[in-house]
Design a protein around this ligand. Structure first.
Ligand code: GCV
Length: 606
């Protein structure tokens, strides 16, 4: 079994540099193919691979050599032809994987077992697995790994204190892979050290962070930086001291600047204690309101990390208006590989079609870095569902080049993972590419989102969040559903440019799949294809279920090797059960409210 480079020989304990590693990997993956390495430091992360009469010449800077080696290896192992010259440079500087791992070994929103890095409130790891992980990440060009949860509670804070020696040893393991570590920090951390405040303008606070940065970078000189969740879902932040987020981020930025450190500052700030009765607050507006006015005020070593949509990693959301608004600030777009709202790595959900849609809506030049919440864990296959690995793989390719083609990248992953016949391979690729739409069809309709069981976010619960504090309401009644976010409603749409306002503002021109995100519409609303809104909801749900049945049959016919086979089948059974549950509960919910029958007379349970 190939399993995307898992089957490669284990790497020696000590590899001096990415260049050494590139040589070792080429020798073991392509024995008998002479490869010459030319180290050109000025090329940095970029590479050039040239076919010669004898074999290949790979040139690149430090990690460029390694990326060039993996580009060649993965193409040859996947049976793709290698062009005479293969040259590439990454689009984004930081290509990050953010783990939400807790020191006790659990993972927030983790669906692949326990943490790869922590157990028993210590940083403990298997060095051989770390090297294997380094290879997986580097083979797709990822270069920053944040190992701890953005929700930093004690003892997570100890990472900067007594876990530093183990962290430094971990950084040593990842260094030859071109991967730098990053740590999430707690904004109020100075308060554990006798300082009565965390006010970013307080000189004792500033001094504490400077001393801490000096200590941390002495231990790990190439640490990429700190990741900060502040004033978000109960985490401490500058608001406590009436300071804005530029003041908070810039204070930290100054502390880490002497070491080339970066502050990645998350913009997931909204009122998570909202009264559902209060119709003046519309959660998707929050990030823009908090940050857009600060454009241009952040230090040059601050990157604002913005979730791709204005809510929270739903199946369908528009591009966050904040990503489009801040032209004078370093931005990173945040994606989520962990399938929090997309099926918990039980349901099949290949993400790259969704990411391609996001990039189509957004000039990629607007952002300089990219991050994704990890789907990794201690399970032998790293991603729980064997087929969820496609999301990590394609994320890496997309982080390197946002023009990465969805089908080509899924196809490369499949070839690197399974030895299938061409027909079986084509079948797997087309199934994987279809899974996002299928999942979207049987879950919450037409961009409305949520409708999941509160807290764990798996399975249908149409009004699970309707009277809750989280600002995620659909307001379905017997006549209509959705929230008007145009100028006549909450005004969210006004956070976009005039052309987007025009496109989405009129239900007649708004793409169907976003209709209920932007508009409140009666069930009798007639869609572009002549169907009523309620009929479209029923149809999508029945189709989603039928497609899942077909998916299960097609998957069952593919010769997956063990142990993948058993695991894939087990999860497919659960997905089938849950797709049925979603279909029936959502259809029943809307049928009971509206009283409108399905025009095709299919079974809806009353
Ligand atoms: C790490 C959502 C998730 C939380 C997560 C948060 C975030 O609210 O449910 O588990 O916390 O996003 O992105 O900070």
């Amino acid at each position: 079994m190939k399993a995307w480079l898992h089957s490669f020989p284990d790497l020696p304990d000590t590899v001096a540099s990415p260049a050494d590693l590139a040589r070792l990997e080429l020798e073991s993956a392509l024995p008998g193919t002479p490869c010459t390495l030319e180290h050109v430091p000025a090329m940095g992360e970029s590479y050039r691979v040239e076919k010669t009469a004898a074999g290949y010449t790979v040139s690149g800077g430090d990690s460029g050599l390694l990326y060039g080696a993996y580009a060649l290896i993965t193409r040859i192992l996947s049976g793709e032809s290698v062009p005479p010259v293969l040259a590439s440079a990454p689009k984004y500087g930081l290509r990050m994987v953010d783990c939400w791992d807790n020191p006790d070994g659990t993972i927030e929103r983790g669906y692949s077992g326990r943490s790869l890095f922590f157990e028993g409130n210590r940083l403990v790891y298997d060095p051989a697995r770390m090297r294997e992980l380094g290879r997986l990440l580097a083979s797709v060009g990822l270069n920053v790994l944040c190992i701890n949860n953005v929700n930093v509670h004690f003892p997570g804070q100890l990472l900067l204190e007594d876990m530093l020696p183990e962290a430094a040893a971990l950084a040593d393991i990842f260094r030859p892979f071109g991967i730098r570590l990053m740590f999430s920090i707690d904004f109020s951390q100075p308060m554990r050290h006798g300082i009565p405040t965390a006010d970013p303008l307080d000189s004792a606070v500033q001094a504490w962070w400077k001393e801490t940065a000096a200590r941390v970078w002495t231990a790990i000189p190439d640490l990429a930086g700190f990741l900060v969740k502040a004033d978000s879902e109960g985490r401490p932040g500058p608001f406590t001291y009436n300071r804005n987020h530029a003041e908070g981020a810039n204070m930290l930025a100054e502390a880490v600047k002497p070491y080339g450190g970066i502050i990645v500052w998350r913009c997931f700030v909204y009122n998570c204690r909202q009264d559902w009765r209060d119709r003046t607050v519309d959660r998707p507006k929050a990030a823009f309101e908090h940050y857009a006015w600060l454009d241009g005020q952040f230090a040059d070593n601050v990157i604002l990390q913005i979730k791709h949509g204005p809510f929270d990693f739903q199946v369908r959301e528009p591009v966050s208006p904040l990503l489009l608004a801040m032209k004078h600030t370093n931005l990173a777009m945040e994606l989520q590989l962990a399938q929090e709202y997309t099926g918990h790595q039980i349901d099949l959900y290949t993400m790259i079609p969704m990411w391609r849609e996001l990039f189509a809506e957004m000039p990629a030049d607007n952002i300089m870095s990219i991050a994704a919440v990890s789907n990794l864990g201690r399970d032998a296959n790293y991603t729980g569902h064997p087929l969820a690995a496609v999301n990590l793989f394609t994320y890496g390719l997309l982080a390197w080049d946002p023009d990465t083609d969805a089908e080509a990248s899924v196809s490369r992953w499949a070839r690197l993972t399974y030895d299938f016949t061409p027909e079986q391979h084509r079948c797997l690729v087309s199934l994987l590419l279809s899974t996002r739409r299928t999942y979207e069809k049987y879950t919450a309709p037409l961009g409305i989102g949520w409708m999941v069981n509160p807290h764990d976010h798996y399975g249908p619960n149409p009004s699970g969040y309707e009277y809750d504090l989280w600002g995620t309401y659909h307001k379905a009644d017997r006549n209509a559903v959705g929230i008007d976010r145009t100028a006549s409603g909450t005004g969210y749409l006004e956070q976009y440019s005039a052309d987007l306002q025009e496109k989405y503002g009129d239900p007649a021109t708004c793409p169907d799949l976003y209709l209920l995100f932007y508009h409140r519409l009666p069930y009798s609303f007639v869609m572009k294809d002549g169907r009523t809104l309620i009929q479209r909801i029923y149809d999508d749900h029945f189709e989603g279920l039928e497609e899942t049945k077909a998916l299960a049959e097609a998957i069952a016919a593919l010769p997956f090797p063990e142990p993948d086979r058993a695991e894939i089948f087990r999860r497919m059974e659960l997905q089938l059960r849950d797709a049925r549950e979603w279909c029936d509960i959502i259809n029943t919910f809307f049928h009971r409210l509206s009283g409108v029958p399905d025009t095709h007379g299919r079974v809806i349970y009353d």
